[in-house]
Design a protein around this ligand. Structure first.
Ligand code: ADP
Ligand code: MG
Length: 457
């Protein structure tokens, strides 16, 4: 096989597995140059395509290896956009828009020191401080600067979409950047539960505990998911004691204060309150506006002629509680204006705000309740769906769960990936696959929509 053949088959394989704007605008800007033994050299044109290529290199490499039936290594040659194709870079910008969320979920294990993936966009510099999060921000920063000595454990709580995960990652990213001698572990609680189950099933308690005990900083996200999971609570309790006794830092996030954590053992709850408890509340208007401006600035859109202040005001006044929604509306406004070549106006913003309002996630719908409902329908165990089985009767409910979590809660692919302990691209593929199956198979569509209806009521 020569490079052209392998690349063509790789593209055929990835088409339909990648999101369409990414495929059309980015993959087609990659050309195969040569294949020498197992080394495939690709030419990538333009900075955005390059950035995207770097994020998805592993997936592309895997696809090429599958086609070639040997493990392929990729080498890359970068080519600047020439004048003619600079016009085309506008199209790349549109692709950027469409996959902006994907990019932000790129997983970045660095230097092999973080055993879980931290989002490198979630840092202190990108976090806008306001009255609602000031204490939490300052304490998180102090903890990151002096892990183990100022607030241990740090317990961060607040409603969904207010920046808890952002701060948790920011602490991890800061420590990784400033203290190369320290090892950081980040886990979403659902991933933790799943991990405990796998180890216990195989009787590998010691191995499990050891995998945590050489860490210096333990970051546990959404600890309320440990509710009712006694085995996992016990493991957390043991880890907590060891970390605490050794003055190693623990940070957890939660959707409520410790004293409201029903379903968690008293001994665990009491320990969670031993350090500092910091809450994040909904941002006020000024903070919301500042967050919108920061985001525009970051994406180089802060040009008042193309994004009038009154539109920012309209978004900041209407979306009051959830920063994730605030960002979502902004991204949609920008994308829609660009695709339709229309100016950014109040009526465009209102149209988008009205569209999302009915979709607002009722707070009692959680990923857990969605997975539970899907498992109930397919009559399979939650543990199996959260596990690694590749059996069809498990894979389908797993994919449907991912799809419905994304569809109903609008959680990021990365957050969903954490729950299932998967790479975010496999969540992306699963969601696309389910959408595709729904489009092709009316019976399957009816099933999926039926489950959704039971969840959303
Ligand atoms: P939570 O974990 O509390 O549900 P996240 O940390 O996932 O919320 O935040 C939701 C989104 O809002 C993320 O994209 C995050 O970067 C953004 N965000 C939250 N708070 C802030 C802030 N103060 N400044 C900038 N972005 C923020
Ligand atoms: Mg979170």
């Amino acid at each position: 096989m020569h490079s052209g053949e392998i690349w063509k088959e790789t593209l055929d394989y990835l088409q339909g597995r990648m999101n369409r704007p990414a495929f059309e605008m980015v993959m087609k800007n990659i050309e195969p140059l040569e294949l020498e033994n197992d080394l495939l050299t690709l030419q990538v044109t333009g900075p955005f395509a390059m950035e995207y290529f770097q994020s998805y290199k592993d997936e592309i490499q895997e696809a090429a290896s599958l086609q070639a039936r040997i493990p392929i290594q990729l080498d890359v040659v970068y080519k600047e956009l020439d004048e003619d194709s600079r016009a085309g870079s506008d199209r790349q910008e549109i692709a950027r828009e469409a996959i902006i969320r994907d990019r932000s979920i790129r997983q970045a294990p660095r230097n092999g020191r973080a055993t879980a993936t931290l989002n490198d966009l979630y840092i202190f510099d990108t976090f806008v401080m306001g009255e609602s999060n000031q204490f939490c921000y300052n304490t998180s920063r102090a903890v990151a600067e002096k892990p183990g000595s100022v607030a241990n454990p740090l317990f961060i709580y607040g409603d969904v979409g207010l920046g808890k995960t952002h701060l948790l990652h920011a602490i991890g990213n800061y420590v990784i950047a400033t203290r190369p001698d320290l090892k950081v572990i980040y886990r979403h609680s659902m991933a933790f539960v799943n991990e405990v189950m796998n180890y216990i099933k195989d009787g590998r308690f010691v191995e499990f505990r050891n995998s945590y005990l050489h860490a210096d900083l333990l970051l546990i996200d959404d600890i309320h998911y440990l509710k009712g999971k006694e085995g996992s609570q016990n493991e957390f309790f043991q880890l907590f004691n060891t970390f605490y006794e050794n003055k190693k830092q623990i940070v957890v996030t939660c959707d409520r204060p410790p004293k409201e954590l029903v379903g968690l053992e008293e001994r665990v709850v009491s320990r969670l309150g031993w350090g500092v408890i910091a809450d994040i509340s909904s941002p006020n208007y000024e903070t919301r506006l500042a967050i919108l401006k920061r985001k525009l600035e970051k994406d180089n859109f802060l040009d008042s002629s193309s994004f009038p202040e009154e539109v920012l005001d309209c978004i900041a006044s209407n979306i009051c509680t959830n920063i994730r929604d605030l960002e979502g509306v902004l991204t949609s406004v920008l994308a829609k204006a660009k695709y339709n070549h229309q100016p950014v106006t109040i009526s465009l913003a209102e149209e988008i705000i009205n569209n999302i309002a009915p979709l607002k996630n009722p707070s009692d719908i959680t990923p857990q309740s969605i997975i539970g409902e899907v498992c109930g329908h397919y009559n399979v165990k939650t543990e199996a769906v959260l596990g690694k089985s590749r059996k069809k009767e498990i894979v389908i409910p797993r994919m449907v769960s991912m799809y419905l979590i994304r569809d109903i809660t609008k959680m990021s692919f990365m957050s969903i990936a954490e729950i299932f302990e998967k790479d975010h691209t496999s969540v992306l593929y699963s969601c696309e696959k389910v959408a595709d199956m729904m489009a092709k198979d009316p019976f399957f569509k009816k099933t999926a929509l039926g489950i959704k209806e039971r969840i959303t009521g």
